[in-house]
Write a protein that binds this ligand. Structure first.
Ligand code: GDP
Length: 432
């Protein structure tokens, strides 16, 4: 069962929430005289999902040692949790201690939900300053009065790891998609032929989907639906359609997608459709151009062909383009390095401080059109999600953000931070 840990400073209201969620009211008296403690573990069921809730308050946060040793303590306790609910107090705002806990949670890359407690009437100004913790969108609640607990539970359940067996398999999940005959199965063979890899087959979601898990240089990967790729491609219409559906399903399950093109046929409508789907799904993407060996004048070819592909697929202009020959093996061993790099970019968190220095400069260099009394004003930005990165901009009025200015911000963002191979989402919210 997944584990959800409740953390926060003393007196923010952890045990009240814990008792409400687990439906328990009794406190247990500790062995030590005079020490009353609430239960530490309890089971919660919501939306047909079950998880174990741990109140870490009783574990370590009340400990005076905690102040001196925050890093070690938080790290150890949270390493085991699947989701962390970090509780803060709306009445006192984020304190230095809250910020230190937030930093540790960021460092530990925990999946965290900030629950702002003691919000008894829902005014945004009571909790919006907690965005500054850089841990995403806070959920205002009242543990005591039971307000907004459903939303908190929804958010927790959303972050729980998938129950299905195959999703437990660790490693970066890679989908190889492309039209028939571009060389997908040859590429799979070339990838798995490498003797530095340890390979095993695992059952996928659909009946006949077999994924392949492999290890290379101490890192694990899952190649999605290798069975589907290895099937000899047939060119009958019906089967081709099936191929597209299957490709989209593989994209859904992937972290990083290898979009394979062939130097002969170039980019066709189907490639654009799949690339568009990859972008919408927020997956990482690498454009792999196969059959490079067929071109005698490789460097000239490479430059021209890359320009052509980029123009055709300009809506994923952040994708790296990588040339290979699956047949000769040329370039194949670099693919997994690229996959790692893209997955890393997709998983990045930029600190709020860093992002705001960037935002100030970006707005200074190119102020939004029509600034002045009724113009667009930026207050600050903070990252609220990752895989793919989601950056929230707090502005006076989101309706004033034109798409050209949004594109400008995205360009600047990529210039400053890279994010190669991953979509980024920019969202604009009103600060009241
Ligand atoms: P799939 O339908 O995408 O899985 O494509 P295949 O892997 O079955 O390859 C289709 C054809 O292209 C086969 O005849 C392969 O031998 C050939 N092929 C694949 N990769 C390369 C390559 O890098 N160079 C050349 N010259 N031919 C290739």
């Amino acid at each position: 069962k997944p584990i959800v840990a409740l953390v926060g400073r003393p007196n923010v209201g952890k045990s009240t929430l814990f008792n409400r969620l687990t439906g328990r009211r009794t406190a247990i008296v500790d062995d030590q005289p005079g020490v009353t403690r609430d239960r530490l573990y309890g089971d919660v069921e919501w939306d047909n999902r079950k998880f174990t809730l741990i109140d870490t308050g009783g574990l370590f946060l009340e400990d005076p040692e905690f102040r001196r040793d925050v890093e070690k303590q938080v790290g150890k306790a949270l390493a085991e949790a699947d989701v962390v609910v970090f509780m803060v107090d709306a009445r006192v705002g984020p304190l230095v201690e809250d910020e230190r806990i937030a930093q540790e949670l960021l460092k530990a890359k925990s999946r965290t939900i900030v629950a702002v407690n003691k919000v008894d009437n829902f005014r945004e100004q009571d909790f919006y300053e907690f965005y500054r913790l850089g841990l995403g969108e806070p959920v205002p609640i009242s543990g005591l009065h039971g307000l907004n607990i459903d939303e908190l539970l929804d958010r927790i359940v959303e972050l729980l790891p998938e129950g299905r067996e195959e999703e437990k398999e660790e490693g970066v999940r890679v989908a190889i998609v492309g039209r028939p005959n571009v060389g997908k199965s040859t590429l799979v063979n070339a990838l798995l032929r490498d003797e530095r890899m340890i390979v095993s087959d695992i059952a996928g979601t659909t009946r006949d989907a077999i994924d392949t898990s492999f290890e290379r240089d101490g890192r694990r990967y899952i190649l999605i639906d290798t069975a589907g790729i290895m099937k000899r491609s047939r060119l009958k219409r019906g089967i081709e359609y099936y191929g597209v559906v299957r490709a989209l399903r593989s994209v859904d399950r992937a972290d990083v997608v290898l979009l394979v093109l062939d130097t002969g046929a170039g980019v066709v409508e189907q490639d654009k459709k799949i690339a568009g789907y990859v972008e919408e799904s927020g997956k990482g993407v690498i454009i792999v151009i196969n059959k490079w060996d067929l071109h005698a004048n490789m460097n000239v070819f490479r430059r021209d062909f890359e320009a052509y592909v980029r123009a055709e697929l300009d809506f994923i202009d952040y994708a790296p383009v990588h040339f290979v020959s699956a047949q000769t093996g040329q370039g194949v061993d670099k693919i997994m390095e690229k996959v790692d790099a893209v997955q890393k970019e997709r998983s990045r968190w930029i600190t709020t401080g860093n992002l705001n220095s960037w935002l100030q400069e970006a707005v200074y260099l190119n102020p939004p059109p029509g600034s002045g009394k009724h113009g667009l004003k930026f207050y600050y930005a903070t990252q609220v999600g990752s895989r793919p990165p989601v950056i929230a901009f707090f502005v006076n009025n989101p309706e004033l953000v034109r798409s050209s200015y949004k594109r400008y911000l995205e360009r600047q963002l990529r210039q400053a931070y890279g994010f190669e191979g991953t979509p980024v989402r920019l969202v604009f919210r009103a600060r009241k």
